[in-house]
Design a protein around this ligand. Sequence first.
Ligand code: ATP
Ligand code: MG
Length: 427
Amino acid sequence: MGAIQAIRGTRDILPPETNYWQWVEAIAKGILDRALYQEIRTPIFEQTSLFERGIGEATDVVGKEMYSFTDRGDRPITLRPEGTAGVVRAYIEQNLQATGGVQRLWYTGPMFRYERPQAGRQRQFHQLGVEVLGSADPRADVEVIALGTDILKALGLSNLSLALNSVGNGGDRQRYREALISYLTPFKDELDPDSQDRLERNPLRILDSKAKRTQEIVQDAPSILDHLGPDSQRHFDQVQQLLTDLGIAYQLTPTLVRGLDYYTHTAFEIQSSDLGAQATVCGGGRYDGLVAELGGPITPAVGWAMGLERLIILLQQMATPPVPGPDFYIISKGEKAEPQALILAQQLRQQGFTVALDLSASAFGKQFKRADKSGAIACLVLGEGEMATGTVQLKWLASKAQETLQLEDLMGDITELKQRLAGHREK
Ligand code: ATP
Ligand code: MG
């Protein structure tokens, strides 16, 4: 019988790749902590109707990509395809607005979409996202954008660009919709089948089509930015001014849309020119209508989601390893030395050092090779000779300098030992 394989479009994330994941999560958490964003964890499955209402039945995500099933009690259930709908459901159900003021939240976890798997596009993938609920202030739009760019910059990414648009409010979009339908109708036969379908139902989504001929046609379409009313224009002007004040460059991109009624005003994407076809690492915008659409009080909101697989592909293309090697690599051989090595490892770990313990009991030469490969700063050697004299060999792996210490002296002054390690790490 053949071995069981993982489901198409899913993958195991193995060490050392998991180091990148933990690194991204730690960097993001640090940046979000400093802006007082709090983590929220919502269930991975929800009632199907949450996504139908929250994302919209005319979207690809709801129309074609959801993992939906009925459970043993015949309830329609869907594995979440994105994070916002669940966060908004929790906001309403748990009455989070009652805690007063603006809610700044972040989440991370797996999402599920039935798509054609390819590089940077999977069926189970992971997002990290933020949502700010309860503020219509353009500073909230720009704060979330700035935090997104800060995270990407802190990870060392460059070649990023911010595409920015405003989809206005419902009234603006109604007027724009008509202009767009008039422009597109003469091209109807040349549009891809999905876009033909959407011409009357949801023409804004056509701007987002990935079909080549449709994209060409859309290039000359009327711009939503020429259809913004005064309130929307003011909000968008302020967003742009604040981005400029923060030194964040952006490209006005009138074809960037989130074509649903409750998406409003700011829409944006952060793209990397290092990613090929799946270029967008972060997408978001304002959704002032969504909380009310899902049955809550009228609540302006803005947020984004980052695709972590795409981010990690980018990070792996860079040379820098995200995780430094251990402080010590301990090697030992002999009946007395081997248990002593474990004791020493535990003592050092308890003092805050990162310690690799070689369990092979193989020849010292082999263990030394692994110590070198481990990226450790120093190697500690325990053999029969050291055991007889109560000593330990300390070998600095970069310089190859070696010293013999009394075992009890090694940890005699922890502060000094930490300083010495730091000195060697810098070299
Ligand atoms: P795309 O146009 O690439 O399909 P999207 O508009 O469907 O993206 P969003 O729903 O805005 O994407 O999700 C935000 C981010 O999540 C995307 O920019 C991308 O980085 C990531 N993402 C979306 N779908 C997938 C997927 N199937 N596999 C991996 N990452 C994904
Ligand atoms: Mg998609």
